[in-house]
Every structure is written in C-alpha cells, then in structure tokens.
Design a protein around this ligand. Structure first.
Ligand code: SF4
Length: 505
C-alpha cells in the first residue's frame, strides 16, 4: 500500500516511492506535496480507499505469515534509520518481512510483503505489493518498478515481483478464514522492463522537488488519473474562470467535439458551435445562456399511463473490501436501507422505510420488508434504475424462496432519470442530471447541502460502517440513524416532487 512520511517521523532522506508516483501523475502534484502539503484535501472517497487498504493490508499479513514467523517493521516507531537497519538484519533470516525498507539512489521504498520462495532451485526473496483494488492496474507495474529499483540499488535482487489484489469472485465462508481473498499476479517481467525507466523518473522528480517555484501546469484529465488528485481544490482556484464553463456539456464523446474542447482556448459553452452538439448538449447550452429552465410536454406523457398508486424507492448500500458476513464477496453491494414513498390515488402520501443497524447481515430482512412495503400494485419509480434493478436481482438469486415476489417488484420498476434527461433541464443543474443536482431545482428545500451529516451515498455507507462498529456509542449510533433516515427519505421525497412537477400537479 502506498504511504508517505508517517507523522512525527523525521523527514526521509530520499524521495519516497509515493512521491515518485505523484510525480508520474503530475509534476505539480509532487511539488505541492513537498512544498505545500497543507493544501492537500483528501476526498471522502480517498479516505475510504485508505481505510480499505489498511484492512486488506492487515489480512495480507496474516495470509502471508501462516506459521507466525514473520516480522513487521514499523517506521513510525522505529524511525527511518531503525527501519532500514532492521530490514538488513531480517534479510539474513527466513521469515516473511512486512514493510521492509530500502533507501538508495534517491528513492526510499517500503515493500508490503517479502517472502522467501524457491526459484530455479534456490530460495530467493519475492516482493509482493498488496492492493485493495479488484484488479491489476497499469500504475501497479510502475509502483513495483520503483520498488524494485530501490531494492536493487540497496543490494537486494528479488527473484520475483507480484501484485496481490482482492479477488471479487471469492466468497467469504466465515470464521475469519480469508484464504482466497487475495489473488497474486506475477509481474516480474513487466517490472524488470519498467525498472529501466526509473532513474529518469527519479531524476525528474528530484528536480521538481528541489525547484523553488510551483510548476505551471493546468488542470486536465491527469487530475483524476490514475488517482483523484488531492490538490484539485488548490489548482481549481487558479484556473481561468468563465460564466458558462464548457465542462457543463454532458457526455462529450464525439471525436469532433472532444477535439474542439481540447483546444485550450475553448472554456465557455458559447464558443462551441451548435452543429457539434447533440440534442441534450444543445439544450444545456441554450438554457444555460438563456438562464431559463426547460420542461417539455412529453415529460407528462412519459408517466401518464403508469399504474397507481405511485411508489418511489431508493436504496442505500455498503461494501467491504474484506467481507464481514459469510456468504458475501469483496466489494459486494449490500443493501442496509430503503425508503419508499407512496402517493395514493387520492393524493395522500405515505412513507415506509427500512434500516438495520444491528450489525447482522441486513440483506434478507431488507428483502422481506421490501416485499411487504411494495405490495402488489403500482408503478415503482426509481432514479438511475440499474442500481436498484441489479440489487433486487441479486437478492432474488440469493433467496430463492423470495425470488417470485422480488421479480414481481422488478417488473413494476420505472426509471425517472431518462425522463429527466430527455425532457427536463434547469441551468442550476450545471450539466448534471444526478438527483442531487435536479432536486433543488424542483424545490429549494430539497437542497442536499442543508442535510446534517450524511448527504451522499458514499457517506451513507461510511456512516453505516461506523454505526455497526463495536466501539460506537449508543448516542452516536442514534445520531447516525437519524442522519441516514433523513438522507434516504430526502431521495424519495425528491422523486415525488419531481414526478409531480413533470406531471404538472
Ligand atoms: S489538481 Fe491536477 S494540475 Fe493540480 S496538482 Fe493535481 S494533477 Fe496536477
């Protein structure tokens, strides 16, 4: 797992592997990490990834040390010099080493796992980097190449290099038995090949790190790939401002439009010729410039023939890199909450919901509650149906005795998102048809910014994890429960109001 300097530990003598990788993403990112670390803002998504990485790392140490003969080097406690010294000492023994440190030729790198394996008849150290991702990614080979370079320059030539990533096809059987969670992929050949490029990367990174001035690099696709850059906020402030940003145009896919926008001078939608835009993009441009909302009559027709009562459904889910419930897989979306608003034919609105914070696996109780709440009549409206449809299908496949009523629910689902995308737009959406962008344009009180605490799906999953954790106090759990109920209820309330708006009620 990648790491920077631990807090309270003297600054590393060489550039860490994560700094070299930051340089590979963007030289300005490296410069900011070295000179302006206080500007770093890790998104909630990034923090979630760190936590998942730590948990996978813990399990990996157990999996690669089944005899319990391994040693973990803790740079926070031992300091850089101590960690490097102890690595040398442990390399003369045979047990697995976790976080072995190597510092040479301008780079400092810590190996997640070093294990002795036989290769061509004789034992050799093998380096394995543990990743919480579900597959090998192009940047993993670069990461290993930097690792390999530091090791080789420090005097160790490992026999092989691999990535161990989470296997999403594996199912947890319980009893803390995580054999099979990680899938090891040998990248020895690719790592050795890429290692030749490392001296150039290290020299480039060292030059940027020692520069006095922030590199003049504009924002672009590199800010999100391969990782969401934590300096987005800082860099966005210095980007040229425009009243109607071209980034508001949705689904820019055609070659001609992409090429036109890639021209650095094109920043405003007004600069884009109409004939390069599809119907939806043109609507965004026109309504944005006019400053007026758009709702066409076909919207009402799209929901006119639907069945009553009208029901509005939304789910919240959680996923674990390391599953906690038997029968579940890594990164499986597990539903723990739903909100269902029902508008009866007389206009009366009822609300039902399900939320299980007991810590027991919530899937089956949720499926049963969903069947009861949805009844047998009425269209069930959702927003971006693929999520709800996939989750209900999974429940039907898992609980065969509930398959028939769950499939009956599936047959009644109708997606309001295409209706919104094709027939509704408000300039305040700024090119987005997410429910969070649409809702406040229908009713200002539906603004998700005024929610206390949980205000998006990712935060809902995080709050759920906190609520079921053993150390969470009853008071905190009660507060999380209140926030989750408010948030999920807000989604279906927004659907009701949007549906009424397009019907002209
Ligand atoms: S936000 Fe983009 S331009 Fe700024 S440092 Fe990060 S990657 Fe570089």
């Amino acid at each position: 797992m990648s790491r920077g300097a631990p807090k309270g530990v003297a600054v590393a003598p060489n550039l860490s592997k994560s700094k070299v990788m930051a340089y590979r993403q963007c030289p300005k990112r490296l410069w900011l990490e070295v000179h302006r670390p206080e500007l770093r803002e890790d998104s909630a998504g990034a923090q979630k990834l760190f936590k998942a990485g730590n948990r996978v790392g813990e399990v990996a140490r157990r999996l690669y040390d089944r005899r319990g003969t391994g040693s973990l080097i803790d740079v926070s406690a031992e300091g850089y010099a101590g960690a490097l010294e102890r690595t040398k000492e442990l390399l003369s023994r045979n047990g697995p080493i976790f976080e072995a440190g190597f510092s040479a030729a301008g780079v400092l790198a810590f190996a997640d796992v070093l294990v002795r394996r036989r290769r061509a008849g004789s034992p050799a150290w093998h380096a394995i980097e543990v990743k919480s991702s579900s597959k090998v990614k192009p940047q993993h080979e670069e990461d290993l190449a930097v690792q390999a370079f530091a090791m080789r320059k420090a005097g160790l030539v490992p026999g092989g290099f691999a990535i161990a990533h989470v296997d999403t096809k594996w199912t947890y059987r319980g009893h803390e038995d995580y054999r099979g969670l990680l899938k090891e992929v040998d990248l020895t050949a690719g790592t050795k090949k890429r290692m030749k490029e490392v001296p150039q990367w290290v020299a480039g990174a060292a030059g940027v790190a020692s520069a006095r001035k922030e590199p003049a690099i504009g924002m672009g696709a590199h800010c999100a790939k391969p990782y969401a850059c934590p300096f987005n906020g800082h860099c966005a402030e210095s980007e040229p401002k425009t009243t109607y940003p071209v980034a508001w145009l949705p689904n820019v896919r055609t070659k001609a439009l992409k090429a036109f926008i890639a021209d650095a001078r094109v920043r405003d939608v007004r600069q884009v010729p109409d004939d390069l835009l599809n119907e939806r993009q043109l609507r965004v441009k026109q309504q944005t410039v006019l400053g007026r909302p758009f709702l066409d009559a076909r919207a009402a027709a799209a929901v006119k023939a639907d069945f009553r009562p009208a029901r509005f459904l939304d789910f919240e889910s959680v996923m674990f890199a390391v599953p906690i419930w038997p029968g579940t897989r890594p990164f499986q979306q597990i539903l723990f909450q739903f909100s269902l608003h029902t508008v009866r034919p007389d206009g009366e609105v009822a609300h039902e919901e399900f939320l299980d914070l007991s810590g027991a696996e919530p899937s089956r109780p949720l499926a049963e509650a969903l069947i009861r709440a949805c009844g047998e009549k009425g269209t069930i409206y959702v927003y971006s149906a693929s999520f709800e449809v996939t989750r209900i299908r999974e429940l039907a496949a898992r609980y065969r005795d509930l398959a028939r009523p769950l499939k009956a629910i599936l047959a009644r689902i109708k997606d309001l998102r295409p209706v919104a995308e094709n027939h509704y737009y408000h300039p305040a959406q700024q090119g987005s048809w997410s429910l969070k962008a649409v809702a406040p344009t229908v009713a200002p009180e539906l603004d998700y910014d005024n929610l206390d605490g949980v205000a998006d799906g990712g935060a809902a999953g995080e709050a759920y994890m906190e609520a079921i954790a053993s150390g969470t106090t009853a008071a905190r759990k009660a507060d999380i429960e209140r926030q989750l109920r408010m948030y999920c209820g807000r989604d279906t309330e927004a659907l009701v109001l949007f549906w009424r708006r397009i019907k002209g009620d």
